[in-house]
Write a protein that binds this ligand. Structure first.
Ligand SMILES: NC(=O)c1ccc[n+]([C@@H]2O[C@H](COP(=O)([O-])OP(=O)(O)OC[C@H]3O[C@@H](n4cnc5c(N)ncnc54)[C@H](O)[C@@H]3O)[C@@H](O)[C@H]2O)c1
Length: 272
């Protein structure tokens, strides 16, 4: 079947809101940076002056993005890691520290997902485990690995990726995804309370459906896409840039008084 490609649902042109070298000297670790939102985010952070370590389960993806950033004059390091494996995460963090000596901001964008529209009683336990491993265990392991360094530095930021699924119920994916993203929200709240006294701010973004490779893979045809679009009050799925701009705000000094926040960026899908 033809993958969903919405002609009518394009975002209006938005000039880059964040400009200049606002992240000069800041060291970022972005997981899941080989594709989609994480990829665009890594490119934008580097363009704004940050040093960006990109980690992905698929090494070629991280490598390709790092090379692109380098060609554009940015500072990037590609890392192959499965965030659900503690030795991989520790090695990735050690590599970032070896290169730049610190990690200022961790962005946990990595995460996998199961089949679209699969009901719970037909969900293999392997899907449940994999979705939890990449989204929940992975975000926990990355936080665990960077926190000692942030505490020692008396500051840092962790930005997690939840979803509209974790704020309500996924309209597309199954129970495993809804439950995993709800857990990411709980983890964000807990970490924010625990580490505020160390100057470490922990927040999560909860995007609504984004028109990228993932949703394109999941939606089988135009009818699926139209049904999803119809649920979104703004009338279109997000473009990756709609999400990335909010993460740039969350990484910037503009959000210095914010911790434990869950930011819904869902075109009005989630109202809470
Ligand atoms: N796309 C959406 O509609 C949407 C909506 C809400 C939330 N989100 C969340 O935003 C984040 C990014 O979404 P996206 O659409 O850009 O994703 P994507 O599927 O396009 O890319 C995710 C990347 O993460 C990597 N990855 C997966 N498991 C990994 C693991 N165990 N270790 C390391 N890397 C791993 C993949 O290889 C891939 O490159 C995810 O956490 C996702 O759940 C996405």
């Amino acid at each position: 079947m033809k993958p969903f490609q919405p002609e009518e649902a394009k975002a209006p042109f938005a000039p880059d809101i964040f400009k200049g070298q606002i992240f000069t000297g800041q060291v970022f670790l972005v997981t899941g940076a080989g594709r989609g939102i994480g990829r665009l985010l890594a490119e934008r952070l580097a363009a704004l002056g940050g040093h960006v370590a990109l980690c992905d389960l698929v090494p070629e993806r991280a490598e390709e993005v790092a090379q692109l950033i380098a060609r554009q004059g940015g500072s990037a390091l590609a890392l192959a890691a499965d965030v659900s494996r503690e030795p991989d995460v520790q090695a990735a963090v050690a590599a970032v520290l070896a290169r730049w000596g610190r990690i200022n901001i961790l962005i946990n964008a990595a995460g996998s997902y199961g089949a679209a529209y699969r009901v719970t009683h037909e969900t293999p336990v392997e899907e449940w485990d994999q979705v939890f491993a990449s989204n929940v265990r992975g975000s926990f392991l990355c936080a665990k690995a960077v926190l000692p360094h942030m505490v020692a530095a008396s500051g840092g930021r962790i930005i997690n990726f939840a979803s509209n699924a974790g704020r309500s119920v996924s309209p597309l994916l199954g129970c495993s995804y809804t439950a995993a993203k709800t857990a990411v929200i709980g983890m964000t709240r807990h970490l924010s309370r625990e580490y505020a006294k160390h100057g470490v701010l922990v927040n999560t973004i909860a995007p609504g459906p984004v028109m990228g490779e993932r949703v394109s893979e999941l939606l089988q045809d135009d009818a699926d896409g139209a049904a999803l679009n119809a649920q979104i009050p703004i009338g279109r799925l997000a473009e990756p840039a709609d999400i990335v701009d909010v993460v740039l705000f969350m990484a910037s000094d503009a959000s210095r008084y914010m911790t434990g926040a869950i930011l819904d960026v869902s075109g009005g899908l989630i109202l809470a």
